[in-house]
Ligand binder design. Sequence first.
Ligand code: SF4
Ligand code: SF4
Length: 116
Amino acid sequence: MTAAPFECTRCGACCFSTSDRYVSVTGDDYERLGATADSIAVFFENRCYLKMVDNRCAALRITERGSFFCLIYEVRPAVCRDLVPGSAACEAEQFRKAECAAKILRSESMIVDKSR
Ligand code: SF4
Ligand code: SF4
């Protein structure tokens, strides 16, 4: 996996949502996910999305040092690729959702990936 930009590996704000239909998966996205698609994507009627767990994307992980990272960064859906780190949209996500990430870090309710 190619490392995400520095600020992305620490932030994770844009990976939180209360919606089960937050991360759209197009046909191309589904194909790019390869073998992972079956386990991480879910269909609502004929639309596909990444699964959400406790108001966050199922692909979001945390390191032992308390940084977030995307388990499928190289093959993440287009909607994630389109959000440019440092852009106005990125800053808006950080502003609106920083507390979601902070709460997770405080509660340590996510599975810690000890390989990082
Ligand atoms: S909100 Fe911005 S900095 Fe944070 S993970 Fe998303 S793209 Fe990266
Ligand atoms: S696929 Fe990766 S970048 Fe996109 S929302 Fe999920 S954890 Fe975040």
